[in-house]
Design a binder for this molecule. Structure first.
Ligand SMILES: Nc1ncnc2c1ncn2[C@@H]1O[C@H](COP(=O)(O)OP(=O)(O)OP(=O)(O)O)[C@@H](O)[C@H]1O
Length: 241
């Protein structure tokens, strides 16, 4: 469960990148966070994960305050950032083991998880190569595997499908569904509205830092008294000046 309580963030004392955002994402849900370029999605995610400090408001992850109980809050989630260009000098397996060490995953359990994840993402042969030699999609997959190796209850994923090939993208979406169906939480940002429409239990749309809508796709259609696709409704909500 994620509880975003009135977070606000300005840069350089100017326009608010995120303005008094409230969102509550219960366990058991895949939640899509949508918005045009520069809308404030990554800034929100950085405040959720304790990377950026909000000017106002806070975020609770499974009831743990990211500002006051930071370490406990961080134990609750796994975070996939929008850029996977991290730890390039490490081999894939070294990186996953590093993540498993950080989260104190016992040896036997980690081996089983690494084998399963590598098989699901077609990465078994690549694990002994350096991350530097990986394609963008392979780097994305190793970062996802590094997060999933500690089996966090809450997944926070910033544009996780970018650069993944169709099979890996399908696998990740399948895993997101399994995770939510097991009563846990998946929060992800995306620009791929067809994916959001099919995959998400609920979505939020943010524009210029301000929440425009939060609810199911059906609720959105009812609200706008329209049978249009999510893409059309999104454009209507975000195109007007
Ligand atoms: N470190 C920073 N310094 C100054 N401005 C910033 C900083 N980070 C973000 N911004 C500004 O905050 C606003 C929101 O940016 P953010 O990266 O959160 O958008 P986004 O919704 O993730 O966009 P995209 O879809 O393009 O990734 C933008 O106007 C951006 O220029």
């Amino acid at each position: 469960m994620i509880d975003i309580q009135g977070v606000t963030k300005s840069f350089n004392g100017q326009t608010k990148a995120v303005d008094n955002l409230h969102l509550r994402i219960p366990s058991g849900e895949i939640f899509g966070f949508l918005g045009p370029n520069g809308a404030g999605k990554t800034t929100t995610i950085k405040m959720m994960t304790g990377i950026t400090r909000p000017d106002q408001g806070t975020v609770l992850i499974n009831g743990k305050d990211i500002l006051l109980d930071t370490l406990e809050a961080k134990r609750q989630f796994g975070f996939v950032p929008d850029s996977p260009d991290l730890f390039l000098r490490l081999k894939g397996l070294e990186y996953i083991n590093f993540m498993a060490d950080m989260y104190e995953v016992p040896q036997e359990l980690r081996q089983e998880r690494i084998n399963k994840l590598a098989a699901r993402f077609d990465m078994t042969d690549a694990l002994t190569d350096s991350i530097q030699s990986y394609s963008h999609g392979m780097r994305q997959k190793i970062v996802i595997m590094g997060v999933l190796v500690h089996d966090p209850e809450v997944w926070i994923l910033d544009e996780p499908l970018t650069g993944l090939d169709p099979k890996s993208s399908f696998t990740l979406k399948e895993m997101m569904r399994e995770h939510a169906d097991a009563g846990r939480t998946v929060f992800f940002s995306t620009h791929v509205l067809e994916v959001a429409e099919k995959l998400c239990d609920r979505v939020a749309i943010i524009n210029k830092g301000v929440l425009q809508f939060c609810g199911t796709f059906r609720e959105m259609q009812e609200h706008f008294q329209s049978n249009e696709s999510l893409e059309r409704l999104f454009l209507e909500m975000t195109d007007h000046e």
